[in-house]
Structures are given as structure tokens and as C-alpha cells.
Design a protein around this ligand. Structure first.
Ligand SMILES: NC(=O)c1ccc[n+]([C@@H]2O[C@H](COP(=O)([O-])OP(=O)(O)OC[C@H]3O[C@@H](n4cnc5c(N)ncnc54)[C@H](OP(=O)(O)O)[C@@H]3O)[C@@H](O)[C@H]2O)c1
Length: 249
């Protein structure tokens, strides 16, 4: 199951894991049409696809999502915690409502989703959980205070899950991508104003010479969910072409 897999990075992860033989739960919140399209593409690859609308930030809907998985498949092997939202504003414009919204979708849903996921994974002897973070968990990005804090919480939850869930043979890790050109960037005023210029500039300043693409994230996730990665636990692995290594990036 990949949360938020009707579009963006989640969609690419869903199609990659389907191509590698997984049946997929496509979770979406607002955009049913694109989620249904992803499901059709998964079925064309010969795998089953279950489409479930659920706001993962709402505990009732989160439980409904896991009930649906249990009802359809009775098991779960892989959870990719990908869905994210946030109030991108300067600090003085932040409101408690935006904090709760962002924290509940980006961080709380990992903790309580993992509880339900672990119950399903235990039935078949274990599994893998990968949560998607971002460089803003540790670094200061414009208007990103609440999302940054939620991603820092997510990374901490990853480490706690990794230790406690190892006894159930569930490997838990995080992936922290550099900038990926998805619709998520529309919510940053900096990108709305001068998007092309900024993206080209970041690509030029990336040691690997380009921006990340969703496939870079999917490659790493595919590896982390494979037996080859079984000794990697509780790590947040950065996939950004070296961008965050530079003192002035
Ligand atoms: N793009 C980047 O540069 C970048 C960089 C670093 C990390 N990331 C992380 O990578 C992940 C995916 O980002 P993206 O760029 O693909 O984002 P995106 O294009 O904005 O897509 C967000 C996805 O999350 C879903 N979603 C949002 N709120 C939800 C909710 N409450 N419940 C369930 N699903 C929800 C959306 O579903 P609907 O369409 O149905 O609403 C959509 O599928 C996020 O965790 C993000 O923080 C992105």
C-alpha cells in the first residue's frame, strides 16, 4: 500500500512495485480520477489494484483504509508512507489549525497506520515500511516550518518503529529526496513566481547535475523493500544527487 499514490511520486512507486509483482492498494484523498487511472495501469501489468479514498490525517478514515485492505487482501507486505500535505506559510502566518492538519497527515498517520500495518504484516511473517521525508526536516526551507517539523517527527517515528518492529521482522526506514518536480511545488510561492529559473538553478547546483525524478525515489524504495536491504533499519537515506552536501546549496 502506498498512501497518496494517485499522482506524483506515490504513483511512480505504485507502478514500480506493481511491475515487480506486487498487488497494490492505491490510496487517494481528493483526486479519484487519477487514482483510478493508476489502478488501470497496475491491472494492465497483471496485478490487482484496490483504490481507497481516505484522508490519512483522520483516524477514522485511516482505520477505514486498513479495514479495506484487510477485507480485500487479508494481508499487507509493504507500506509506503508517502502522502503529505501542509500549510506553507511564514512563521507569523501559521495557525494552530494548519499545525494540526499537517502533523496529522504527515506524522500521526505513520504511527497509527504502522500499528494497523504491523497487525496485517505479522500474519505473513513480517514486511517493510518506508516513510518519505524531506530535506526540510533538518534544514530551513522558505515557508516550511510546519511541514519541516512534521517530517522531523516522521523521521523520529521511523527510528522508534524500526527498533520495536524488528521483533516482528518488519524493516522500517525513511527516504529523503531532494527537489522533485511534482504538483507539490505549486504550493510554494517561490516556485509559483519563478519556477523555471529556480528549478534550473537547483539542478545546476546539484553535484549529480540534475533534479531528482520520481524514479530515483522508486529505485531506492524497491531496494529497501527487498531482502537485500534486510540489515538496513531505522535509517533516513537521502537521495538528492549530493545537493544537501554543499555548504551553500
Ligand atoms: N516533490 C518534492 O520535491 C519532494 C521532495 C522531498 C520530499 N517529498 C515528499 O514526497 C512525498 C510525495 O510528494 P509529491 O511531490 O508526490 O506530492 P504531490 O504531488 O503533492 O502528491 C501528494 C499526494 O498525497 C496525497 N494526499 C495528500 N493529502 C492526503 C491525505 N490527507 N490523505 C491521503 N492522501 C493525501 C495526494 O492525493 P490526492 O491527489 O488524492 O489529494 C497525492 O497523491 C511527500 O511525502 C513529500 O513530502 C517531495
Amino acid at each position: 500500500m502506498i498512501t497518496g499514490s494517485g499522482r506524483g511520486i506515490g504513483k511512480t512507486i505504485a507502478l514500480r512495485l506493481a511491475a515487480e509483482g506486487a498487488d497494490i492498494v492505491v490510496n487517494f484523498f481528493r483526486n479519484r480520477r487519477s487514482a483510478e487511472t493508476v489502478a488501470s495501469e497496475i491491472r494492465e501489468l497483471g496485478q490487482k489494484a484496490l483504490v481507497v479514498k481516505a484522508n490519512v490525517g483522520d483516524l477514522k478514515q485511516l482505520n477505514y483504509l486498513y479495514d479495506a485492505i484487510d477485507g480485500e487482501f487479508g494481508r499487507l507486505d509493504i507500506l509506503i508512507h508517502n502522502a503529505a500535505s501542509g500549510y506553507n506559510r511564514s512563521i507569523m502566518q501559521q495557525r494552530a489549525k494548519g499545525w494540526d492538519w499537517t502533523m496529522n497527515i504527515n506524522a500521526r498517520s505513520l504511527l497509527f497506520g504502522a500499528q494497523r500495518a504491523a497487525q496485517l504484516m505479522q500474519r505473513n511473517g513480517g514486511g517493510s515500511i518506508v516513510a518519505i521525508s524531506s530535506l526540510g526536516s533538518r534544514r530551513v526551507l522558505p515557508e516550511y516550518v510546519v511541514v519541516g517539523a512534521s517530517k522531523a517527527a516522521l523521521e523520529s517515528i521511523v527510528r522508534y518503529l524500526a527498533v520495536e518492529f524488528s521483533a516482528m521482522d518488519i524493516a522500517v526506514n525513511g527516504v529523503s529526496p531532494g527537489l522533485v518536480d511534482t504538483q507539490a511545488l505549486n504550493f510554494f510561492s517561490a516556485f509559483n513566481e519563478e519556477e523555471k529559473f529556480i528549478l534550473n538553478d537547483i539542478a545546476a547546483r546539484t553535484p549529480a547535475g540534475r533534479l531528482c525524478i520520481p524514479e530515483d525515489v522508486a529505485n531506492l524504495i524497491s531496494f529497501l523493500c527487498s531482502p537485500k536491504a534486510s540489515m538496513i533499519r531505522g535509517q533516513i537515506i537521502v537521495v538528492d544527487g549530493g545537493y544537501s552536501l554543499l555548504a551553500r546549496s
